[in-house]
Design a protein around this ligand. Structure first.
Ligand code: RNT
Ligand code: ZN
Length: 410
């Protein structure tokens, strides 16, 4: 018997069908961020990374052009199992001479061509409201300067139309995630007015008449950023209420809450009210540090909430981290595989049984069975999944080769 066959038997004793788990895992799309490849620099020459986010490290081989970024994406994505979407930021426009408020689908046509070539399922999109001269005193959609707000409202509207184009091209809805860096380093004199201005800007964006069957709009909240420690305009309560009242979606980034608040607990809370919830899966170390996603406890809990609530179509999974201190392709693959591992781990669990223990208030058994799951032969099923996806556990050897042949020459 192979290790997988033994594992299959052992899981069956728990009422878990490993074949069904593998089949299901293959079907759950993960939207992979383009910005791990170039340290969130972008291609439109917007300027140094701003907005309270930071990529640290200077590992050699950063992608410096569209061609280099495409080559790296092609290499890294080929080492990732499962269904993949590409998550693009507007700052990755190709050949745009106009400013961000005038971006058109044509500036992303090359991306569509490329994404199709490498077999991706769709593209998701993000207005880029940082690293640009029109981020005035750290503010965008909430700026007291009307012309600044107008510029960014128009940028967002152009993004919604580009998203319609992506949706048409892939016959798959495009998630547009609105995140702004707006906030203050120190104690503000007025916390309400900036939020009212943000509300008004969002109203103007949503009133542009985009096609709701093609574009899913989300708003991403945050508790603080670097240099924006005292106040962020787009806070959790602000966006939860805005999304609920305006029938759009919330995006939960698990680096954007107090370290003792868990997104795994927020997912079911939000699912009680929304048809869809979007995620930025990241790993905060002490704070929103955007470390590479690893197969850790909170990631497992997040995946469980998606799987056991039959929410694989309701929860839109996206990755969001950027590490420049290690090989960037390895960072990409490690994070994507960690997400897939967590989903598989959740799929290899008899949730009905655990739920019934909870409902019978048999918390003793609930605890012991949950502990047993941790030492079941998960690795054998993971390896089998990779084999069926024509991949190996080891991806570093290939990445090292690529580093030697390509990255070292940059
Ligand atoms: C910043 C947000 C945001 C960005 C990306 C690049 O804290 O998480 O999602 O990381 O848009
Ligand atoms: Zn994020």
């Amino acid at each position: 018997m192979t290790a997988y066959e033994l594992a299959k038997k052992e899981y069956a004793e728990y009422g878990v069908d490993t074949e069904a788990a593998i089949a299901k895992l293959r079907d759950i799309p993960v939207s992979i961020h383009c910005w791990q490849g170039d340290d969130v620099v972008g291609l439109d020459g917007g300027g140094a990374l701003s907005g309270g986010i930071q990529t640290t490290g200077n590992y050699p081989g950063r992608a410096r052009s569209f061609e280099e970024l495409k080559a790296d994406i092609k290499k890294a994505f080929a080492l990732m199992p499962g269904k993949k979407r590409l998550n693009l930021h507007a700052s990755y426009a190709v050949g745009a001479e106009a400013d961000r408020d005038k971006y058109e689908p044509e500036h992303f046509a090359e991306w569509v061509k490329f994404a199709k070539e490498i077999g991706l399922q769709g593209i998701d999109f993000n207005p880029t409201m940082f690293s640009h001269k029109n981020v005035k005193d750290g503010l965008t959609l909430s700026s007291p300067d009307e012309s600044i707000r107008k510029f960014w409202v128009e940028h967002c509207i152009s993004c919604l139309h580009i998203a319609e184009y992506f949706a048409d091209e892939f016959k798959s809805p495009c998630l547009v995630n609105i995140w702004i860096p707006d906030g203050f380093k120190d104690v503000p004199a007025d916390r309400l007015t900036p939020r009212l201005r943000l509300k008004d800007s969002l109203d103007k964006i949503l009133a542009c008449g985009y096609d709701k069957s093609k574009v899913i709009v989300a708003v991403e909240s945050k508790v603080f950023g670097i240099g924006v420690e005292s106040y962020t305009v787009g806070s959790n309560e602000f966006y939860q209420n805005y999304a609920a009242k305006n029938n759009i979606c919330c995006l939960l980034d698990n680096g954007h809450y107090h370290p003792l608040e868990y997104v795994s607990d927020k997912i079911p809370a939000v699912l009680a009210f929304y048809d869809k919830v979007a995620l930025h899966v990241t790993r905060g170390v002490r704070w929103d540090s955007d470390h590479v996603v690893l197969f850790e406890d909170e990631l497992k809990e997040i995946a469980k909430e998606i799987v056991r609530n039959n929410a694989t179509e309701k929860v839109l999974i996206g990755l969001d981290y950027f590490d420049a201190s290690i090989n960037r392709l390895s960072a990409w693959v490690t994070g994507q595989r960690a997400m897939q591992k967590a989903l598989l781990y959740a799929l290899l669990t008899n949730h009905e049984k655990l739920r019934s223990l909870q409902d019978m208030s048999d918390f003793t058994a609930l605890m012991t069975v949950q502990e047993e799951y941790k030492t079941l032969p998960f690795g054998a099923v993971w390896k089998e999944y990779l084999k069926r996806e024509n991949l190996k556990e080891d991806y570093l050897t290939e990445i090292r080769e690529y580093e030697k042949e390509v990255l070292k020459n940059r």
